[in-house]
Design a protein around this ligand. Structure first.
Ligand SMILES: Nc1ncnc2c1ncn2[C@@H]1O[C@H](COP(=O)(O)OP(=O)(O)O)[C@@H](O)[C@H]1O
Ligand SMILES: [Mg+2]
Length: 318
């Protein structure tokens, strides 16, 4: 197995200052799958990955990375793993090619061996001909893509990516998605964290939603959606007055929802100016809304973001 984690606990600090940020986590990756770890900021995603790689010591639990016990044999295990850390750690004094050469050295790969592979590695990351470009001259997206190329120098069987597409433009995200799919097609196992639900829904064979150090849901995107949320969503927004009677503070989708949502949906959440109505059958709700002038509606199947918000709440995280 590429990665097996059982009963992982990670506590930072001592005594009254102690904080448990991972609380009994079990995770098992299957060979060749893409697994997405989702969770709000501070959920414990990066800490879990760092424990898995033996970069931080777990407080309790068992970890096997590429079949080897971690932290005991973390160094050997890491030789077979590629990592794209949350924060880029490229050497700014070197060119793209030099960064790859230096990094390959950590894996005992000689310069004569890596040099001929550089054009292919850079092309994979959409950085053709950037061999001699300095790191400072690269955009954020180019740095991220170079970090992906760098993670592949040792031809890893497992690739771990911590928020690989955060801060990237849509073009760069699509390139990275396509490349990651190519890697899984070639048999590489992928573990990634992301804040983008569409990314997880698209790429991941399986995913887990983590919050406050605990897993709240796990399965294929379809399974997680089917298990945790009503299948249909109607988003309601816009102006509303109860039969044109009241205006002012009583107008809007929230006022409509207070009065009617429970009659037509199983669950309704207000967020900002929008009422999210969750239901097994949207037809009666849509028929009702057809007679509510001013309100606008968006009818769609429930998605992973709906599940994520239901399980982790809509409050802001820092
Ligand atoms: N070295 C550390 N010392 C103390 N607290 C830490 C340390 N690293 C992370 N934390 C805390 O652990 C929690 C989880 O962090 P992290 O794993 O980075 O979450 P995520 O990657 O899901 O955003 C956060 O509250 C963070 O502040
Ligand atoms: Mg993180």
């Amino acid at each position: 197995m590429p990665l097996e984690i059982s009963g992982l606990v990670k506590r930072f600090g001592e005594g009254s200052e102690a904080r448990e940020v991972v609380r009994g986590l079990n995770l098992s990756l299957r060979p060749g799958e893409c697994f997405a770890l989702l969770g709000p900021n501070g959920a414990g995603k990066t800490t879990t990955l760092r424990c898995a790689l033996g970069l931080t010591a777990p407080t309790a639990g068992d970890i096997r990375l590429c079949g080897l016990p971690v932290p005991e044999q973390a160094r050997e295990a890491r030789m077979r793993v590629g990592v794209v850390p949350q924060i880029d750690s490229l050497d700014p004094d070197f060119t793209c090619a030099e960064n790859l050469v230096v990094f390959a050295g950590y894996f005992g790969i000689r310069e004569s061996e890596i040099r001929p592979r550089i054009p292919e590695l850079l092309a994979f990351a959409g950085l053709e001909g950037k061999d001699n470009a300095r790191i400072q001259s690269l955009s954020g997206g180019m740095k991220r893509r170079l970090t992906l190329a760098r993670a592949l120098v040792n031809k890893p069987e497992l690739l771990i990516l911590d928020e690989p597409t955060t801060g990237l433009d849509p073009q760069a995200r699509h390139l990275i998605w396509e490349r990651l799919r190519r890697l899984t097609a070639e048999g590489t196992t992928i573990l990634l964290t992301t804040h983008f639900m569409d990314e997880a829904e698209r790429l991941a064979h399986r995913l887990a939603i983590l919050d406050a150090g605990r897993l709240l849901a796990q399965g294929s995107p379809r399974e997680v959606i089917a298990a945790h949320i009503e299948p249909q969503v109607v988003e309601v927004f816009g102006e509303w007055t109860d039969n044109g009677q009241s205006a002012g503070p009583e107008s809007g989708a929230a006022a409509w929802a207070t009065r009617y949502a429970a009659d037509f949906s199983k669950r309704c959440e207000i967020s900002g100016e929008t009422a999210f109505c969750y239901t097994d059958d949207a037809a009666p709700l849509l028929a009702h809304l057809a007679h509510q002038p001013g309100l606008r509606t968006l009818h769609r199947p429930a998605n992973l973001e709906d599940v994520f918000l239901k399980l982790t709440g809509r409050e802001l995280r820092d």
